[in-house]
Design a protein around this ligand. Structure first.
Ligand SMILES: [Ca+2]
Length: 284
């Protein structure tokens, strides 16, 4: 092989190797400032999981359409008031069957496109009952699009992108919840994101009303990206208490995030919207 040909193959091989490795997580310690930003982002993102676990026996009307409460709660989590905004809402099929009357359609898709002076909101979601003859069977919720833009083209521009998929499978006792989550925030000209994928263990308080409240436990890895840096952290969530009455936070339990050096961000949920966070024991 000629030297130039060899060099060509060497460069190609290196490129393929680098592409297959992808972006590498940093080994740098999580800085105090990044820990504070991560705490804010993580706590902000909790409301989407809480919304998707919404009590499905209720229906909420938005834009003249009755929506399953988990769908409506995800729309409301945007903080955009759909009653004020110009929203087009579509449900397909128009009146999806719900044989067991648990508020979860056998299968349906929902779209909502809102435009108001402050910005826009676009939402695509599919919801499917695991077994439409059993109100406790669980469900699959898949977000295909969730994009909120506020104050576009101004220094205050904020963009939020969310991808959230839940797959609830009934066990005895409780549920396994497949949880895929990507949350991206663009603010002050910078992009921050978190990505994770776990199986949550969910124990309802009441077998009769399994989605009114309960306890979640999980562990895994969380990818946290900020401008010019990518942290890969371990996460352990112990006895996270979910209550239907609190839409903004968990009401009990603890989440611990650790970087590759063992530095520790601890988030403690004392009660609804009452959260304490420390980084290596120091208050954030
Ligand atoms: Ca149903």
């Amino acid at each position: 092989m000629g030297r130039s040909l060899f060099r060509f193959f060497a460069v190609v091989s290196l490129s393929v190797l680098l592409a297959s490795c992808g972006e590498q997580a940093t080994n740098e310690p999580l800085s105090h400032e990044d820990a504070r930003e991560l705490k804010t982002s993580f706590v902000d993102s909790n409301k989407y999981l809480l919304a998707a676990l919404g009590n499905p026996s209720n229906l909420t009307t938005i834009g003249g359409q009755a929506l399953p409460s988990s769908v409506a709660a995800l729309v409301q989590a945007s903080n955009l008031n759909p009653q004020d905004a110009q929203c087009g809402v579509n449900v397909s099929p128009t009146n999806p069957p719900d044989q067991d009357q648990d508020g979860i359609p056998a299968q349906a898709s929902f779209t909502l496109d809102c435009q108001e002076t402050a910005g826009s909101f676009n939402f695509r979601l599919r919801l499917q009952d695991k077994d439409d003859r059993n109100p406790k069977s669980g469900y699959v919720l898949q977000t295909d699009q969730y994009e909120l833009t506020l104050y576009p083209g101004t220094p205050s521009e904020v963009r939020i992108k969310l991808d959230l998929d839940l797959d609830l499978t009934q066990k005895n006792p409780g549920y396994d919840i497949g949880y895929n989550f990507y949350f991206e925030v663009y603010k002050q000209g910078k992009t921050y994101s978190q990505r994770h994928n776990y199986t949550l263990s969910y124990t309802p308080d009441s077998d009769e009303n399994p989605f009114l409240g309960g306890t979640l436990n999980y562990s895994g890895n969380l990818e946290y990206r900020i401008p010019n840096r990518y942290y890969r952290l371990t996460i352990d969530a112990a006895n996270l208490r979910y209550a239907q009455s609190c839409r903004v936070s968990f009401v009990g339990g603890r989440v611990v995030l650790r970087d590759s050096r063992g530095n520790q961000l601890a988030i403690v949920y004392n009660s609804c919207n009452n959260i304490t966070a420390t980084y290596n024991g120091q208050a954030l």
